[in-house]
Write a protein that binds this ligand. Structure first.
Ligand code: KIV
Length: 315
């Protein structure tokens, strides 16, 4: 699929990548700014994960995340993404109670959230839902192994599939989801040997997180990859930066400069005599401005510092 010279990643692209033994990179994003950077860097898939309940909302698990919150974040990510496939997570209890719930809520993620596929946790028990959605035209990414929405029945966030019985169930689940029409499956928190077996057995791509190197692709939570949370150091996460330190350092420097009066200096202040370029007066960096699009927030290109807001009247 092409729009304005950009070839969009689709289910077909991902199938072709598996066939050609090219690895798929998937990352989570929850807003337009991160989505834009991840997209520009070339990730194939952006997942609006319900992990937002933990990394954005600060909760201890993903269970409280609602459909409304998912739709809001999916829409934001969509605005920042041009090339990657955008996948939206079905949050806890948006599909578990009935087939109808699952169909309606997956439809909402596509219609209102603008995603191009949905992801749902669980195995063979959701094969019928996956099949109905695929037939409707909603691509489904499965998610098996360590499924965080089942945290209480797993007894915590624990590696799955170490026993033979568990491993067999995970393989059966993978086959059932493929049969049902899933176009890809996330394998989370399982031994690498099991992930290899599943990857070899399926024709659809597997995307691993804590599932070893032999999956067809890998996914990480973007905040983990960037080292935003110093306390969170699970074995499967590789930190490619230490943004916790870098962000704190930058903010400390800003605070110091505000305190000392070093910021704002002449370079970062407007003067009544010198005209400014319209984008340099736009309040807040918007994805569209950064991408060279329209300056939505500054209809007045005369150089006004910001759109004047009415002052609250005192009674
Ligand atoms: O919610 C999420 O971010 C996920 C990925 C970690 C696979 O499900």
């Amino acid at each position: 699929m092409k729009s304005q010279g950009i070839t969009k990643v689709t289910v077909n692209t991902l199938a072709k990548m598996k066939a050609e033994h090219r690895k798929i990179s998937m990352l989570t994003a929850y807003d337009a700014s991160f989505a834009r950077l991840i997209d520009q860097a070339g990730a194939g898939v952006i997942l609006v994960g319900d992990s937002l309940g933990m990394v954005v909302q600060g909760g201890g698990n993903t269970l409280p995340v609602t459909m409304e919150e998912m739709i809001y974040h999916c829409r934001s990510v969509g605005r920042g993404t041009e090339r990657a496939q955008v996948v939206g997570d079905m949050p806890f209890m948006s599909y578990q109670a009935s087939l109808e719930d699952g169909i309606r809520n997956a439809g909402r993620l596509v219609k209102e959230g603008g995603v191009e596929a949905v992801k749902l946790e669980g195995g063979a028990e959701y094969a019928e839902l996956a099949s109905r959605l695929s037939k409707i035209g909603i691509p489904v990414m499965g998610h098996i192994g360590l499924t965080p929405q089942s945290l209480h029945s797993m007894g915590g966030f624990k590696v799955q599939g170490r026993s033979e019985t568990q491993a067999k169930k995970i393989v059966d689940d993978a086959r059932a989801l493929e049969q049902a029409g899933c176009y890809a499956i996330v394998l989370e928190g399982i031994p690498r040997e099991l992930a290899t077996e599943i990857t070899d057995a399926l024709t659809i791509p597997t995307i691993g997180i804590g599932a070893g190197p032999h999956c067809d692709g890998q996914v990480l939570v973007i905040y983990d990859l960037l080292g935003m949370n110093e306390e969170f150091r699970p074995k499967f996460v590789k930190r490619y930066d230490n943004l916790a330190v870098r962000i704190r350092t930058a903010v400390e420097q800003y605070i110091t400069e505000v305190r000392t009066g070093e910021f704002p200096d002449d370079e970062h202040s407007f003067s009544k005599d010198v005209p400014v370029r319209p984008e340099s007066a736009t309040p807040y960096g918007s994805a569209k401005v950064a991408a060279g699009g329209t300056f939505e927030r500054d209809p007045d290109a005369s150089g006004a510092a910001c759109i004047p807001l009415p002052l609250p009247t005192r009674k």
